[in-house]
Write a protein that binds this ligand. Structure first.
Ligand code: 4AD
Ligand code: MG
Length: 463
């Protein structure tokens, strides 16, 4: 008999077909002479209804074992369903219980649990409808991302996780060391002697793959990296993780305009793909989590994003009829309240803000002619705020050296990065998409901890 995934059975299964399914029991309903169970194998939101008749050998003992959470294999025949809610159901001929789940101690009950509670059982929460839908949509987003770049001839490159550089210069680094923290080697000056450490110098978990992506872009023209990044910023918010995934394309022979055009086409592509391949899950989010997600997706797919300069954005914020916690003036680093005002309240769509003040942006961004701003662009999403951060890069050696020094960094530590400007330098640009913020935006999930299987946040790394 053929083994089938439940999504396949629900979509294409025909009456009289014999098949085997495997999965976990979601619910059990005992009636006179038979029982219904709902079995889910993670392949779709909907579960398969299985009918078990009392004439099945060992009926009573099987029924006792197949509680919510039990793992089962059912062999049977599909029949047209009498009840509403499903087209077909499986009439069981044979039921194998792999592992039971004691109803008195299994933490997932049929009732709705809060996301906070589910976070405390991170090893089981993926068995719920909400998390099933989130992780299928997350998978579809990742597939859409690779598809988008591969169709356009971008090379997928792999940038290191351990690095000696702080790409963003924000000092939010996790150290990587093999030194014995109980007996740290020290120099005469009492400073830590990193020459005794594994790499012979201080190293960290990367905050971004961009610097290495730039290396690869100056050989392959268009590249992207998609990997985990780490930031030790102690911000306990619904939009920050200490470990998150970032998608970073980098394009040679590209300016800020090309960068923005690519980013906009990129987001449109992902939304289109997910709406097509995860229709059932998106409908679920729209009904249960946030009744604007489908309208938002349509809006993204069908409308152009708003584009404003930072200077224009500041003027708009100064005119706003709301009182912000952080007062607005030129030079201010936009806070989430300002970002949301622009994207959610004013323009009601993704908004690209460009040309930020040089003081608040990273050293690698290209200095504008006025020397006050840089060729940066952030894409702000309604409800989320910044979802993409990108820029045209400084390709002029002298200016880049000046910027590195001005930020208190040492040009010699970045000698290889500066070499890219010495040998065959070229205008180039790229951006970074926060993958979890994208999944949040797509699904309407309020907390970023609920769109990554195993969130890492301050004081939390349990699972
Ligand atoms: O704006 P960021 O810091 O940009 C960079 O790292 C550049 N090197 C990217 C590039 O140009 N190649 O981060 C990019 C995005 C942000 O827009 C945000 O969506 C996300 O990464 N992000 C976070 N997501 C979750 N938790 C955090 N702590 C995040 N910090 C940034
Ligand atoms: Mg940023």
């Amino acid at each position: 008999m053929v083994k089938q995934r439940i999504t396949e059975v629900l979509r294409n299964g025909q009456p009289d077909e014999s098949l085997v399914v495997q999965g976990w029991v979601r619910t059990k309903r005992e009636l006179k002479g038979f029982a219904f169970i709902e079995v889910n194998d993670g392949s779709s939101l909907a579960s398969l209804q299985v009918v078990i008749n009392e004439d099945l050998p060992d009926y009573d003992s099987i029924l006792k074992q197949i509680n919510t959470g039990a793992s089962v294999e059912i062999a049977g025949v599909l029949v047209a369903s009498q009840g509403k809610g499903q087209r077909v159901e499986l009439k069981a001929n044979q039921v194998t219980v792999y592992g039971g789940a004691d109803p008195d101690t299994y933490p997932l009950q049929k009732k709705r649990h809060s996301f906070e509670f589910l976070r405390s059982i991170g090893h089981l929460r993926s068995r719920t409808n909400s998390f099933g839908a989130v992780f299928r949509v997350r998978n579809a987003c990742a597939t859409a991302i690779h598809q988008f770049f591969q169709e356009r001839g971008f090379l997928w490159i792999h940038t290191p996780i351990i690095t000696a550089n702080d790409c963003e210069g924000a000092g939010e680094l996790f150290s990587v060391t093999s030194l014995d923290l109980k007996d740290v080697p020290r120099k005469e000056t009492k400073a830590v002697d990193y020459s005794k450490d594994f790499f012979g110098k201080p190293t960290y978990l990367t905050v971004s793959g961009q610097l290495q992506a730039e290396v690869m872009a100056t050989a392959f023209t268009n590249v992207y990296t998609f990997g985990p990044t780490f930031r030790a910023e102690n911000s306990n918010t619904s939009r920050h993780l200490a470990e998150f995934w970032m998608v970073e394309p980098e394009m040679a022979f590209c300016d800020l305009k090309g960068d923005m055009d690519l980013a906009e086409a990129f987001l449109k592509h992902i939304f289109k793909y997910v709406m097509k391949t995860c229709a059932e899950d998106m409908e679920f989010f729209n009904q249960r989590i946030d009744n604007t997600v489908i309208a938002t997706a349509d809006n993204i797919i069908n409308n152009e994003f708003e584009r404003v300069t930072y200077t224009e954005a500041i003027k708009l914020l100064e005119k706003a009829d709301v009182k912000f916690d952080y007062p607005v003036s030129w030079g201010l680093d936009l806070q989430s309240e300002h970002e949301r005002y622009l994207a959610e309240h004013l323009f009601k769509k993704p908004t690209i803000v460009t040309n930020y003040p040089v003081q608040i942006k990273a050293f690698y961004m290209r200095l504008d002619d006025d020397e006050k701003t840089v060729a940066a662009m952030d894409i702000l999403a309604p409800k989320i705020g910044e979802i993409i951060g990108g820029s045209q890069r400084e390709e002029r050696l002298e200016i880049l050296e000046r910027r590195i020094l001005a930020q208190g960094m040492k040009p010699e530590d970045l000698w290889w990065y500066l070499d890219l400007r010495r040998f065959g330098t070229v205008p180039h640009a790229g951006f970074g998409l926060g993958f979890e913020r994208l999944v949040q935006f797509m699904t309407g999930m309020g907390n970023i901890r609920d769109v990554i299987p195993f969130p890492r946040t301050p004081e939390s790394a349990e699972f």
